[in-house]
Design a binder for this molecule. Structure first.
Ligand SMILES: [Zn+2]
Length: 119
């Protein structure tokens, strides 16, 4: 028998416990490190848009001036996922503390589909 230590993909702590399963039967884990930005994680994600490394690349590409569609094509994830990751990165990033009650932040209109006239 071989035991493989489960490591948190965010803080690399091995103090991890099992916390039930996903609807698809995949084991879910929880990081026991109180300072960790992320608590629940999986070892094998079905969805590329959930993989921490891919999510980091989305942010890196945005910082390097890549557009949403550009990033989606290169990382083989959907443009909607790119937007979702970028929106979440504002509060999940441990280096940038969450700005509480910023009244200057107003919601931009949603990126809707371009309307095309049917002919
Ligand atoms: Zn952790």
């Amino acid at each position: 028998m071989v035991t493989v230590p489960v490591e948190c993909p965010y803080c690399h702590s091995t103090e991890v416990i099992k916390v039930g399963k996903q609807a698809n039967g995949v084991q879910r884990y929880q990081c026991q490190n109180g300072q960790c930005a992320r608590r629940i994680f999986l070892l094998q994600y079905q969805d590329r848009g959930r993989v921490p490394e891919v999510r980091r690349q989305v942010i890196d590409m945005a910082l390097n001036g890549s557009g949403i569609r550009d990033t989606a094509r290169v990382l083989r994830i959907s443009p909607t996922t790119v937007i979702a990751v970028l929106k979440k990165s504002r509060r999940a990033s441990p280096r940038q503390p969450h700005v509480a009650a910023s009244s200057s932040f107003t919601r931009r209109p949603r990126l809707g589909r371009m309307r095309r006239r049917a002919r």
